[in-house]
Structures are given as structure tokens and as C-alpha cells.
Design a protein around this ligand. Structure first.
Ligand code: ATP
Ligand code: MG
Length: 365
């Protein structure tokens, strides 16, 4: 296990604390972050400010949801001794970078972002707030505050990663570090999991908590079995012996996501009408429950000491703040806005700067 934080590349990824995490989150992003956490210095952001872009009128839910999302990450197997889990709103560098990056992004680029468009339609927005339209800019700040190299995400996030890459390239071009000419940021790469987008139980749109079509990671075995039984399958298939069309079947998509080795056999059996939907669903429910069982165990052990969740968040956020300060030191230097130091020893030179004729005169009309 390589845990040397100075030599490893960095991952930044995370979730909005807007409710429980579901199977879509797992196959889209959590699975990869768990697998990669010892190979990369991994930062998991609990994106509470981004949650406010859609939930600004429900701030009271955040205190619970921030812990819920953290617990979900710990339950799937993120190791708090190996990764850094942080609260977005407590890392000032993210807010600062968001403002600085906003100069490098046009309003049109944001308006034409396909994910923004889809989400705005799904939520029935007629007009967009500045914060919602601009959340991809704040995501660029999330990714770069720790100078990350890799971002494991679902495929809906790829337009945002593309924007981050553009912002970073533009920033590095405009503002190389004085002296060395080195870029401040690596250009980060997105990484979409094996299943970029898991469909919801309704078979209509992606699995999404706002669409109420989810299998949640903390669903009980009975809930999973019930939900799978109700999942939409091939509508043309009435009898078990009718030939099925796996490409249009939600249950088949779930087998592909969580039961890969069974897929060739299942596909042939379904097309030939040799396996009925009930048997296929029972088998799926068993596989999902086997996947969730160790997560339930870990969840229960963390819940036995809930104060430990806050400790994980506080420690991670502390480390993230230090990392953010280091990034801002480089950013200020590169942008030539490192006018003076504010630490105490430097106080006289601050006064000297403020009293300098050139500065005073700049306000004289
Ligand atoms: P929801 O739509 O359920 O409210 P969300 O989109 O707000 O979820 P985020 O916190 O924005 O959730 O997403 C966290 C990560 O999970 C992102 O990388 C996103 O791409 C991924 N993700 C979310 N839903 C799915 C899905 N159905 N299939 C694959 N990946 C997904
Ligand atoms: Mg989202």
C-alpha cells in the first residue's frame, strides 16, 4: 500500500449532501473511489454549498445530510485513515477560487452545458440563479483547491470536467508561476466508472433521489427485493417463455452493473425465453443484497459511535484547509496579487504599503 502523500497523484471526487446515496452513485463513482483510495491521495468532498444551489430554502437539512453522505462513504469502504473527507463550505480556498475562475468562463458556455440544461428541465426551473448556472465553476474550484489529477464521476459530470480542464488550461496560460514559469495546476482527467449512468427503477431516467426511483445503499434486504420486483422490464414480454429484449430492460441493466459474470448467460436465456422475469429479478435482488451486506455492517459499526463521523470530517477538513491555503499561496503569487503578508511580523510593511504615496494617490480624484 503506497500511502506516501507527497509522491502519489491526487483524486478529488464527492457528493452533494441532499439525501441518502443510492446504487447509481455506487456504480457511477463510489466503487472507483474505494478501489483507488490507496493508489491515490484521495479527497472526498461533501459538497454542501453545491447542495444549496438547489436546496437553498432547506438549509436545516444540511447538518443531517452532511453526516449521512459521510456515513455512506464510510459504509461503502472509504478508509478514513487513508483518505481525506472534507466539508466544502469550511474550505475558504474553494470559495476564493470560484470567484477568480468566474472571470475565465463565459455565461454562454454555462448556458449551453448539457447537464445544466437537463437538470434545469427536470427541476422545472424557468429562470436560473447565478449559483445554479455557475455550479460547474465552483466544481472547478473543488477539483483544483487540492490540485487534483483524477476525478472519478458518473457520465453526467463529464461536461463539468471538460469545463474544469478549460479553466485550468486558461489559468495556467495566463498565470504561470513567476520565475520558474511552472503551471500552478495539473490538468485533471475525468474517469467514468464501468457504468457511467445507472437507470432508475422506473426505466425512464437516471437513478436519482429527486426522481424517487432508487435502490438506496442502506435499503434493507426486504426493501431491495420489493423494489426489484417492481422494476420496469421489457414491456413486450408477457409470458416467461416470450423472447425478451435485454437492451430495453432495467433489470438487465442492473445485472450488467452488479452481476457482470452472469450477463452472457442471462442475455442468451432471456432472448430465448428460457428465464422468466421473476427468476431474473430474484437473482438480481440476491446479488444486490450480497453487495450491500458488508456496507450495512460497516454502517452499523460507525453508527455505534456517531461522534466518530464528526471527527473524520473535522480532521479531513483541517487537512483540506491547509492544502487550500498552499494552493492559494501559489495562485496569488502566479496572479501577482500577493501584495503583502498579513502575518504579525509583517505588520509594519503593511502600514508602509498603505501609507505609500502611490497607494494614497490612487484614490485622489
Ligand atoms: P441525485 O440525482 O440522486 O440527486 P446527484 O446527481 O445530485 O444525485 P451528485 O452528488 O451530484 O448526486 O453525484 C455524485 C456522483 O454520483 C457524481 O459523480 C454523479 O455523476 C454520480 N451519479 C449520480 N447518479 C448516478 C447514476 N444514476 N448513475 C451513475 N452515476 C451517478
Ligand atoms: Mg448531480
Amino acid at each position: 500500500m503506497n500511502t506516501n502523500t507527497t509522491t502519489r497523484q491526487r483524486i478529488l471526487t464527492g457528493d452533494r449532501p441532499t439525501g441518502r446515496l443510492h446504487l447509481g452513485h455506487y456504480v457511477g463513482s463510489l466503487q472507483d473511489r474505494v478501489a483507488l483510495q490507496y493508489d491515490y491521495d484521495t479527497f472526498i468532498i461533501v459538497a454542501d454549498v453545491q447542495a444549496l444551489t438547489t436546496n437553498f430554502d432547506r438549509p436545516e437539512a444540511l447538518a443531517h445530510d452532511v453526516r449521512q453522505v459521510t456515513l455512506d462513504n464510510l459504509a461503502v469502504g472509504m478508509d478514513p485513515d487513508a483518505c481525506t473527507i472534507l466539508v466544502q463550505s469550511l474550505v475558504p480556498a474553494i470559495a476564493e477560487l470560484t470567484v477568480l475562475y468566474s472571470m475565465l468562463v463565459t455565461v454562454n458556455a454555462l448556458r449551453h452545458n448539457p447537464t445544466i440544461k437537463t437538470e434545469a428541465i427536470q427541476r422545472g426551473y424557468k429562470d436560473l440563479t447565478y449559483g445554479f448556472l455557475g455550479y460547474p465553476v465552483s466544481q472547478a474550484a473543488d477539483i483544483t483547491f487540492c490540485r487534483a489529477h483524477l476525478v472519478p464521476v458518473g457520465d453526467d459530470q463529464m461536461p463539468h470536467i471538460e469545463l474544469t480542464r478549460k479553466i485550468v488550461r486558461r489559468f495556467n496560460d495566463l498565470y504561470p508561476l513567476p520565475g520558474s514559469g511552472e503551471p500552478v495546476f495539473p490538468v485533471p482527467a475525468g474517469r467514468v466508472g464501468r457504468v457511467g449512468r445507472l437507470v432508475g427503477l422506473d426505466g425512464q431516467a437516471k437513478m436519482s433521489k429527486s426522481l424517487d426511483n432508487c435502490i438506496y445503499l442502506d435499503d434493507t434486504p426486504a426493501e431491495v427485493a420489493r423494489k426489484v420486483r417492481q422494476a420496469v422490464t421489457d414491456p413486450a414480454r408477457i409470458h416467461a417463455s416470450d423472447p425478451g429484449h435485454p437492451a430495453v430492460c432495467t433489470v438487465f441493466a442492473y445485472h450488467q452493473a452488479v452481476n457482470e459474470e452472469f450477463v452472457p448467460e442471462l442475455e442468451a436465456a432471456c432472448r430465448a425465453g428460457c428465464i422468466g422475469c421473476v427468476a431474473c429479478k430474484d437473482r438480481l435482488a440476491r446479488v444486490i443484497n450480497a453487495l450491500l451486506a458488508p456496507m450495512h455492517e460497516r454502517r452499523a459499526s460507525y453508527l455505534a459511535h456517531p461522534a466518530g463521523i464528526d471527527e473524520v470530517l473535522a480532521e479531513g477538513t483541517r487537512r483540506a484547509r491547509a492544502e487550500g491555503e498552499e494552493t492559494m499561496r501559489r495562485v496569488r503569487q502566479a496572479m501577482r496579487i500577493d501584495y503583502f503578508s498579513l502575518d504579525e511580523r509583517a505588520e509594519p510593511s503593511v502600514l508602509a504599503f498603505l501609507n505609500a504615496p502611490a497607494f494614497a494617490h490612487s484614490f485622489v480624484p
